[in-house]
Design a protein around this ligand. Sequence first.
Ligand SMILES: Cc1cc2nc3c(=O)[nH]c(=O)nc-3n(C[C@H](O)[C@H](O)[C@H](O)COP(=O)(O)O)c2cc1C
Ligand code: SF4
Length: 744
Amino acid sequence: MNLNQLHELPQELLYIWHAHRTGILLAAGILFAIVRLGLHWRSNRIDKYVLKHEIIDKTSDDTPRRSVVAQPEITPVNTQETTQTTNATRTKEPRRVQGNKSRKQTPNQDGDVLEHLQIYIFYFTLGGSTKAYAERLAANLNGASATNQKILPVEVHDLAEVDYDDYFITPPKSAQRSTASVYLILLPSYNIDTELSNFLSHMEDTHNDFRIDTGSLSTLAGYSVFGFGDRQEWPTEAQGYCTQAVEVDKWMAKLTRRKRAFPLGTGDIRKDVDQRLQEWQSGVEGILADLADGKGLGEGVSGSGDAVESGDEDDTEEPLASDSKPRRKVRSDAGDLEDIKVPIPVDFTSLGRSAATTNAPKAMVPKSSPTYASLTKQGYTIVGSHSGVKICRWTKSALRGRGSCYKYSFYGINSHLCMEATPSLSCSNKCVFCWRHGTNPVGTTWRWEVDEPDLVFEGMKAGHYSKIKMMRGVPGVRSERFAEAMRIRHCALSLVGEPIFYPHINALLAMLHAEHISSFLVCNAQHPDQLAALGPVTQLYVSIDASNKESLRKIDRPLHRDFWERFIRCMDILREKRFTHRTVFRLTLVKGFNIDDEASGYADLVERALPGFIEVKGVTYCGTSTAAGAGLSMQNVPFYEEVSAFVLALEKELLRRGLDYGIGAEHAHSCCILLADRKRFFRGRWHTLIDYEKFFQCVESKKPFSPEDYIGEATPEWAAWGKGGFDPRDVRVDRKGKPKVVEI
Ligand SMILES: Cc1cc2nc3c(=O)[nH]c(=O)nc-3n(C[C@H](O)[C@H](O)[C@H](O)COP(=O)(O)O)c2cc1C
Ligand code: SF4
C-alpha cells in the first residue's frame, strides 16, 4: 500500500461503514447475545454441581454444612441423622435441624428391613406404685415376646432420671434405621408441682421451639400412655382424674405426628387399675406383634394431636353424606340400578323360581360402579356384591365416652358394641329424609346375584372390626371401650336399603344369634311376604313415616304402585307377629309433612298393628339435594318440645281409644321418645330394657317364645320421662369437644 492509499484509508473505512453499518451492527449484536447466553449456561451448571455436592456432603457427614430454619412441616430424614444433628449442634451452637420436607415415614415405610423392635417404658412416681406397675409391665412384655427374636428386651426409665433431650427431642441414639422404637408411658397424676409438671412443659417447649421440628418424635413407630389416678378424690377427667396422662398423650400425638399405637388407658388406683392395665397391656401387645411383623400401625386413623380436641363429628345422629352437593347423574349400567333394564326382572318374592331366567343376574353394586365409589367414599365397607357395613357416629361417640345412642337409654345397647349393617344396599323407597340419596340403588325386585349368608356375615364383621381398629389413634378413645368393642354384641340391620330384601335374611339372623349378637331389624313396610316369613329377631321395627296414603307417597316416595296396600298388609302381619316378636313402630316426624293433625291417623295404625313400642323421633336434616328438592329444609326439623307435644297428643288419643300406652323413656339428645305398651310397667317402673342372654336362650331352645320371655331390668331412672336420658357415665360435648350443659 502506497502513501496515497494510506491517506485514503479512513475515507474508505467511512465509506464501508456508511454502506454496511446495518449489517455490521446486527452481526455484533448477535455475537454479543451468543456470548452472554454461553456464560449464563455455564454458571448455572456450576451452581448445580456445587449444590449437588453440598447435599451429598450433608448427608454423608456428621456435621451439617448448612442450617435451614425449621418450617412447621419439616421433619428429620431419619432417626440416626437427627440424633447426630442434635448431638453435633448441642455442644457448639443453638440446636439446628435440617429442613427436608416430611415424608411421614415410619421405619418400615422407608423400605428398610425392620430387624428389631425396641420398647421403652417410661414412668414417673412419687409414692412408688407406678414404678412397680412399670416393672411388672416390662416383665410381662419380656415374657410375652421371649420367643420373638425381633423384640429386644424392654428398657425401663424413670422420667425423673432421664435426660429429656436424649429421648423426648428425638428418639434415642440407639434407634437405628432398622430398629423401630415404641414408647409406653405410665404416669400418675399430681395436682401439685412435681417433676411431671416439668416433663409436660418440656413437651410443650419442644413442640413450640421453632428450631426443632414440630414432630420431632415422628420417627418412633408408635406410643401409648396409661394413667393412674384416684376417682374418689378426682371423680371425672374434668375434675382432675388422670389429667396429666391425658396431657402427655396429647403432646405425644403432636410430637410423633399422630403415632398413637393404642388409646390412652386409665385406671383408678383404688378400684379397677389392675383390670384396666391388663386390658391396655393386651391391646398394646397386639400392636407390638403387628409392628414386629412389619405391619406398622395398620390403617388406623391417627390421632389429631390437637391439644384442644375438636368435636370432629357433627351432632346429628346420622352422618351427612360427604358430598351433599347436587350430583351430575352418571348413567351406567351399574351406577343407576333403578334404571337397569334386565330382560326379565325376577320378583324376589318368588326367587325360588329365578332359575327360569336365562340371563345371569348381575352384582347389585359392582366394584367398578360409581355407586361403589360413592358409598366407599362415604365410609361404607361394601361386603360381597350387595351388603354394607359402616360404623355409626354413636359407636365413635361411645368409644370416646361421649354418649351412646338412644338405644342405650331405651334398650341397654352400648353403642360401642353395636354393628350397623345391611345385607341389601337396595331399597324400594326414596324417602325424602334419607341421607343416602344419589348413592344407594333402588328397585322393587331382587334382580341381582345373591351372596351366601356366611360370606355376608363374615364380611360384615371383618369390615366392622377394621373400622373399629381405625379408631384406635383417635384422641379421647377410651382403651377399655376400645377393647370391649372388639366383640360385637348387637347388630342394627338398618344402615341403608331394605334388609328383608335379602333372600337369606333368616339364615343371616340365625348366624348373628348363634354368636350371641342381638338383631334389631328395620323394614319399610313394603314387603309383606318377607315380613310374614321372618324368623326370630331380637327387635322388629317397621318404619311408619306417615299416617295416610298421600303423606306416605310424599315422604317415602315408594316405587311400588300398590305401596299403600303393601303397607296396610304389613300392619296386619305385625299384629300377628306381636305374639312372637318384640314389635316396634318407628315414627320419624317431619314438620310440615307428617305431624300436624296426624296423631289420630297414627293412632289408627297403632290400633291396627298393636306394636309393643312406638319410637317417635324428630327428623334429622341431611341437607341433600334430594331433601331440598322435596322442599325439605331446617324448618322441617321439629324441636324437642314439638316432638314431646306430638307424643303426648298420641298418648292421649290412644288412651281415648282404650289403648294403654305410656311414655317409657326419652333421649332428648337425639330428639327421641319411647311410648310403650303399659304391660311393660310393673313394680312401679317401666321395663323397656332387653335381657339379651334370655333371648339367645329362647332362640337356642328351638321352642316357640314370646317377647315377654326376654324382658330386661327396669329402665334406668335417668332415662325416665323428664330426665333427659343421657348416659350419666359419659360426658356430653359440643362440636368443639367442650362439655355441654343439657337442659331438659
Ligand atoms: C398430692 C396428691 C395429688 C394427687 N393428684 C391427683 C390428681 O390430680 N388426679 C388424679 O387422678 N390422681 C391424683 N392423685 C392420685 C395419684 O395419682 C395416685 O395415687 C397414683 O397412683 C400415685 O402414683 P405413685 O405412687 O406412683 O406416685 C394424687 C395423689 C396425691 C398424693
Ligand atoms: S343402634 Fe347401633 S347403629 Fe344404630 S345409632 Fe345406635 S349405635 Fe349406631
